[in-house]
Design a protein around this ligand. Structure first.
Ligand code: RET
Length: 284
């Protein structure tokens, strides 16, 4: 062995081994708390999709159906997100920077959660905004900011160069979150009052705002932040928040659409892309 070879061998011996996807998959199922936090959500997302199909079977109004489809897409994203986590595809072991309570250790990061919220939270906000009767400017703004919040949250979780930069990402993401809270509280609350949907909107608003505040709190308490909670517990925390902010909110919306859908109709031609495309044929 040449001196260069032996140096190489020494170097390889000190390097942490990359875990394969299969090893991560096995690691998940060695931890029943973690595995169940994923699998239960696959089942609940599937159940919610079927419940939407069943409850929405007689809906005809295009605007009401748009809200129903929007709620369905929340669970469509969710079932895919949890399948990614269960299969070991969207989580990794990453090394925490110095200053972090688990500095230098490889810790399991469920980065797929932050990534997929980018696709699920817009549908939650679209459903809420439509129920409030909001205009598209406010709906667009809330959706753009939730995407920004989730992507910067993902960056916070994956930054390993510096602890300060991790928390700076967290601060940016929280500022974007406040924009969404403002729209829900200030704008949509008065829009809902004008639309006549205050009752349902206020219930959804409190479930959403209180539920959504839980996510940054968990991030800070979990292994990404101060590492006070184990991964399995953190994951169950997120899963419980998901149950409230996705499936419970969805079922409440669907029951409302079935019972009082006519109160929020946009008319038979709502959203049509061609004048007269949905109109009944003229009888002259
Ligand atoms: C992070 C960390 C950075 C700071 C903030 C966060 C907020 C996350 C939220 C997530 C909501 C997710 C939902 C998912 C449903 O599918 C990214 C945790 C503010 C509010 C409702």
């Amino acid at each position: 062995m040449t001196p260069t070879d032996s140096l190489l061998v020494q170097l390889l011996a000190t390097m942490p081994l990359e875990m394969t996807q299969r090893e991560i998959f096995e690691h998940i199922f060695d931890d029943p708390l973690l595995a169940s936090s994923f699998v239960v959500n696959i089942a609940l997302a599937g159940f919610t999709i079927l419940a939407i199909v069943y409850l929405g079977r007689n809906l005809t109004d295009p605007r009401v159906k748009l809200i129903a489809i929007s709620t369905m897409l929340i669970s469509v994203v969710s079932i895919s997100s949890y399948t990614g986590l269960t299969s070991g595809l969207t989580l990794s072991f990453i090394e925490m920077p110095s200053g972090h309570p688990r500095a230098g250790e490889e810790v399991l990061t469920m980065w797929g959660r932050y990534l997929t919220w980018t696709f699920s939270t817009p549908f939650i906000l679209l459903s809420l905004g439509l129920i409030a009767g909001s205009n598209w400017t406010k709906i667009f703004t809330s959706i753009a900011f939730t995407i920004a919040m989730c992507v910067t949250g993902l960056a916070a979780a994956l930054t390993t160069s510096s602890l300060l930069m991790r928390w700076w990402w967290f601060v940016i993401s929280s500022l974007f979150f406040l924009v969404i809270v403002y729209i829900i509280f200030a704008e949509w609350t008065s829009d809902a009052a004008a639309t006549g949907t205050s009752d349902i909107f206020n219930t959804l608003k409190w479930l959403t705002v209180i539920g959504w505040f839980g996510y940054p709190i968990l991030w800070a308490l979990g292994v990404e932040g101060f590492a006070l909670l184990e991964v399995g517990l953190t994951s169950w925390g997120y899963s419980i928040l998901d149950i409230i902010t996705k499936y419970i909110v969805t079922l409440l919306i669907m029951l409302y659409l079935v019972k009082e859908g006519e109160a929020i109709t946009g008319g038979i031609r709502y959203g049509s892309t061609r004048p007269g495309s949905d109109a009944a044929p003229a009888d002259d």
